[in-house]
Design a protein. Structure first.
Length: 318
């Protein structure tokens, strides 16, 4: 968890966010809802839960300076960031109020808006100039698989989770629109790896025939592990999904929502903010209104799924 440290230097929210720990399931089972709402004092603590989309150590480093910045600019409200163990944990903690916000992938943002009244606030514009991401569907190099979807029949595919646009709904829609009535039955195995980079690794090592992942995580992984570049080959790229949306539950007062938005939108106006953005890998943050998620809903429906009936659940293998 990224939180203000107990060093005793300066005000509580100006203290550095010193530690970042992975959630432990046993601890979660006994946790009580986080005491964030404090009567007339309003929100005392904002706890943001993060989707585990990449290696935990890279993800903690990515958010460390951002946590420090928010602590200092939202004072006296404390700000904590925590990486969830699973996509399911992200939703359950926001649903029951243990977390007051999250940094959500596009499907989780849509699911939260539709079913729980979550409010999307802002999202980053990356150094590439893009604030959307795409799905890459890829194969093990030399496997003989092609863009002809019929060659995929009976093969295995690695995907992060059933609740990700790039890592599940896009490949399912691709197969469905390719004339396959039951996309899931079309494959011999569906591996749900828990993160996009784990899906890339499984295909690169020959543990799955195909994979699907966010293009941003794929490209980042290839930079960090260039030796994987020759082991996987992209077959399809598609989708137009808002990336890493900062979202809050509806119980967060509108005045605080506006303050959060203001802090994010003005980061690029100061030297301090620009340095934090640089370390985060972004140019700036922009508003992220519900209308920007139209392609998510389109892809879900194209895959033959009913958005109202979908649940965020965990699967390892099907």
């Amino acid at each position: 968890m990224l939180r203000p440290s107990a060093s005793g230097e300066g005000s509580t929210c100006l203290r550095k966010c010193s530690s970042f720990i992975v959630l432990i399931l046993a601890a979660l089972l006994i946790m009580k809802p986080f005491p964030a709402i404090a009567g007339e004092g309003g929100i005392r603590t904002l706890r943001f839960i993060l989707v585990p989309e990449r290696n935990i150590f890279r993800q903690e480093e990515k958010y460390r300076k951002l946590c420090d910045y928010l602590c200092s600019h939202l004072s006296p409200v404390k700000v904590l960031f925590e990486v969830a163990k699973s996509y399911e944990e992200v939703m359950s903690q926001m649903e029951d109020g243990r977390a007051q916000g999250g940094v959500l992938g596009s499907f989780l943002a849509v699911h939260g808006m539709e079913k729980h009244g979550f409010v999307p606030l802002v999202r980053p514009v990356w150094l590439s100039g893009d604030s959307y991401y795409r799905s890459y569907v890829f194969k093990k190099t030399g496997s003989g698989l092609t863009r002809d979807i019929s060659t995929w029949k009976g093969k295995s595919i690695a995907m992060a989770n059933r609740s990700t646009s790039a890592g599940f709904f896009f490949p399912m829609a691709l197969v469905k629109t390719g004339g396959i009535d039951d996309p899931e039955a079309f494959f011999s195995k569906l591996f749900f790896t828990g993160s996009h980079d784990a899906s890339i690794w499984m295909v690169a090592k020959g543990l799955a025939d195909l994979g699907a992942a966010k293009n941003t995580v794929f490209d980042e992984t290839m930079k960090i592990k260039p030796e994987l570049g020759g082991q996987v080959e992209i077959l399809y790229s598609g989708g137009h999904f808002p990336d890493d949306t900062v979202t809050v539950i509806r119980e967060v007062p509108s005045a605080l929502r506006e303050k959060i938005i203001e802090v994010f939108l003005h980061m690029d106006a100061t030297a301090e903010g620009r340095e934090v953005l640089k370390r985060f890998g972004a140019r700036r943050f922009i508003p992220s209104p519900p209308a920007d998620y139209a392609d998510v809903i389109k892809i879900v429906k194209a895959g033959g799924f009913d958005l109202q009936k979908l649940k965020v659940v965990e699967h390892a293998v099907r």
